[in-house]
Structures are given as C-alpha cells and as structure tokens.
Design a protein around this ligand. Structure first.
Ligand code: BES
Ligand code: ZN
Ligand code: ZN
Length: 429
C-alpha cells in the first residue's frame, strides 16, 4: 500500500520515500495537477504496490480536491480489445464528498466513445450507447433516423453521409431539472463524424487519417457532459444535438463542386469534401433555433488549422455570445485547466466564403481556416441575417486526441470539453 498525504507548508521537513509521499499544497491548481502527474507516473512505473491511499491533511480542501481529481483522471486505460489487461492503480481517498465522481465518469464516457473504432462505433451504435448512458443518468434521448432527416431536409447531414452504406442519424438529448424554472434551454451541439476519411477529397493515410475515429469527440463531450450534469442534478434545462455520419468516398459520395441545399434553405458549394463537419453542424445549428435557446455551444474537431494555431494547449473559441458569457467560460477554463483561446472573428473572414454559384462555399483560403470554418457555422446561427441566439463555437481539434500522454490524459481520447461544460453550466445563470 502506498500512502500520499496532502499537507501544508508547515510540514516542509517531511521526507518522501517509495511508499509514502508528502505533497505540499501550494496555492496553484496547475502545480497541484503537475505534482499528481509526477507521482502517478512514478508509482505506475515502479514494481511496488499498485494500491494507493490519499489522505487530506490541509484545511483549504480545494487543492486536495484538485490533486485527487487529477490522479483519478490519469488512472484510465482503454483496454476493451486487449486480451491481456495491464494494470492501473487502485485508488482510495479520504473525504469522498469533496470529489465530483459524476464529472470524472463523464470524462471517461467521452474518452471511451472517442477511443472506440468505427468497426464498433457507427452512428447506429452511438445512438445505442447514448441510450445506455441515458438510462444510467437522468436524461432522455430521441434519435431521428435517416428518413426523418430526409423529411426535415437536412441537406448537410445527408450529403456528407452519401458515401457511406451505414445510415446517418440525429440525436436529441434532453435534461431538465424538475425545479428548473427557466424555459429557455442551453443547447450543446456536438460534431458526430464517426470517421473522417476526407471523402473524395481523401486524406493521406499516414499521419492524417489514422486518428480520424476521433472526429466525433465533440459528440462524445456533449454526451459525457450531459450525463454528468444530469447525474449531479444541476438545476438547468439542457438539450444536446448530435448529428452522426461517416465521411467516405463511396459510390454515391458527394463530390467537390456539388451544390447542397441546407436545412435553412441556403445553398452551399462544396469545394472540399473534407470540410464536412461544418456541413452537418450547420443543420444542427439551424435546428437549434426551434428551442429558443438562451445559449448555444458547439464542440467540434473541426479544423487542423485550430490544432496548428493553439496546439494541444487549449481550445480555439469564437462566436457572438456576450463578453460576460465569454469571460465566464475563459475563467472556468483557467480554473479547471481546460483553457480556451479566443480568436478574432472579423467580417473579412466571412467574405472568403463567397461563392460564384451558391450562397456560400464550404472552404475559405489557406489562412485562418478555423476562423473561416467558424464564420461558415455563424451563417446558420442567424435568422434573417440577425443572430437567432447567443453562440460559442469551440474547435477542439488540438485537444481531443493525443498521440502521446500529456498532462491529465493518457494517449488517445482525452474527454476534452466535459469538465469545461460541467463547471461552466454549473455557474452560468
Ligand atoms: N476532422 C477534420 C479536422 C481535424 C484535424 C480533426 C486534425 C482532428 C485533428 C476536419 O473535418 C477537416 O478535415 N478539416 C479540414 C478542412 C479543410 C479541408 C478546409 C482541415 O482542417 O484540413
Ligand atoms: Zn474532414
Ligand atoms: Zn472532420
């Protein structure tokens, strides 16, 4: 058994050894998380016991909570397909009431969904998984099938999925606290591209396509967050919208040059079939208007450009929500170490989307591709050229999936966005 004591500065003289660690709580969450990472890796790589007990010996319990939460977040492995399971730690800790287990469960749900390959997790299976989680928590699920999607004339969703033999679907998750007075919901939209080959604008297989099972990480974050918030019974009215498709170069795949009529009636000239996320999100953002939302947040692994701009260190954010809302999201991100980086959102970026033959085209120039993608989405958040609701777009392409372990996550799906949404929604009035 390994013991970890979280202590304060007056205990400076205590010495660590292989079986007992004294962690001095310093008033900085980032440092506490770094300490957790160091100790976790040391214990995991040693041949000593894999049983760990954590003790709280400080008055200001916030830093204790952060330490335990970080250790728990690190203690995850996706081993469903391994015949031989490697061990993770067995962790027990004092003051369990200080730890938000529902939120960590939500992060693990998102990671599991991202780590699942397409060979298991098709759109149909995703709906089944969401149903399973809805039964374990307190939210409802309605899944629209492809026929219904056709009736609704969701041209973006339909055209992206044309190259696949598997049908698309559109998932509507609802959570309403029994005492929630607010009729206006917060709507969360998640990109559910179960796999992104690029379509006919095919991605190169090496270094680019191999990780594209992660292209539904936005959807996974929405499921994980709604699961956790419902489990925590937060007093809020929440709706999740998840269009789920595959982007493939099949016999009937949409082609570069196609013009697609979207659900809102706009026409889009498709100049690159690999810019598919915005096509399905556009219909979902239009669909969101029927709920008269007080805020819409979409999460998407939308562009390589966002990943290049911010890297794995933060989420690229843009939108039209009030300064107050953006500030709350920024502060929340800093507090929980899921930072957001606000991008410029000038009119010039929108002008890049002007098409010769349709209302807009689906790609801009080579520069600032994540912002032109955001501008494409913005078009569908409007009604008669005015914003239909306050909206924030989070491009999580840089943070959703890791090629090697970093900070609080092992490699693979990180569950990015779940903690940010949980904490933000708790505090947003
Ligand atoms: N799913 C990708 C974006 C992506 C890149 C996600 C890296 C995760 C990691 C998206 O659909 C895409 O292919 N975007 C293109 C857009 C381009 C064709 C305008 C891109 O970013 O290259
Ligand atoms: Zn793509
Ligand atoms: Zn994609």
């Amino acid at each position: 058994m390994i013991k970890i004591y979280i202590v304060d500065k007056s205990n400076l003289k205590l010495c660590n050894n292989d079986l007992v660690y004294y962690v001095i709580a310093e008033n900085n969450s980032f440092k506490m998380r770094e300490k957790a990472l160091k100790i976790y890796n040391k214990i995991l790589s040693s041949d000593l016991s894999k049983e760990v007990n954590i003790y709280n010996q400080i008055k200001e319990s916030n830093l204790y909570t952060i330490f335990v939460e970080s250790i728990l977040l690190l203690n995850y492995k996706f081993e469903k397909y391994k015949s031989k399971k490697s061990s993770i730690l067995k962790i027990t800790y004092q003051n369990p009431e200080l730890i938000n287990k529902s939120m960590i469960e939500g992060v693990f749900i998102a990671r599991d969904l991202v780590n699942e390959p397409l060979s298991f997790l098709t759109a149909k299976q995703l709906a089944k998984e969401i149903k399973k989680y809805s039964k374990k928590s307190f939210f409802k699920l309605e899944t629209l099938n492809e026929k219904k999607i056709r009736d609704l004339e969701m041209g973006g969703v339909l055209s992206v999925n044309k190259g696949s033999v598997n049908p698309s679907n559109f998932n509507i998750l609802t959570y309403k606290h029994s005492k929630s007075k607010s009729i206006k919901p917060i709507v969360l939209v998640g990109k559910g591209v179960m796999y992104d080959t690029g379509g006919l604008s095919l991605k190169p297989t090496a270094n680019s396509m191999d990780m594209m099972k992660c292209d539904m990480a936005g959807a996974a974050a929405v499921v994980g967050a709604i699961y956790a918030i419902a489990k925590m019974k937060i007093n809020v009215h929440l709706i999740g919208l998840i269009p789920a498709v595959e982007n493939r170069p099949g016999g009937n795949a949409y082609v570069p040059g196609d013009v697609v009529k979207m659900m809102n009636g706009s026409t889009v000239e498709v100049l690159n079939t690999d810019a598919e996320g915005r096509m399905i999100l556009a219909d979902a953002l239009h669909y969101a208007k029927r709920f008269d939302p007080k805020l819409v947040i979409d999460l998407a692994t939308l562009t390589g450009s966002a990943a290049r701009a911010v890297g794995k260190y933060g989420i690229a954010a843009m939108g039209n929500a009030s300064n107050e809302t953006i500030k709350l999201l920024e502060e929340t991100g800093l507090n929980i170490d899921e930072r957001i980086a606000l991008q410029p959102f000038w009119e010039e970026y929108r002008l890049e989307l002007e098409s010769d033959i349709a209302d807009l085209k689906n790609i801009g120039s080579a520069e600032a591709g994540h912002i032109t993608a955001g501008k494409f989405l913005e078009h569908f958040t409007k009604e008669k050229e005015k914003p239909a609701y306050p909206w924030i777009h989070l491009d999580i392409a840089g943070v959703a999936f890791l090629q090697k372990p970093y900070f609080l996550s092992q490699k693979g799906g990180t569950g990015a966005g779940v903690r940010l949404l949980c904490e933000f929604i708790k505090n947003y009035k």
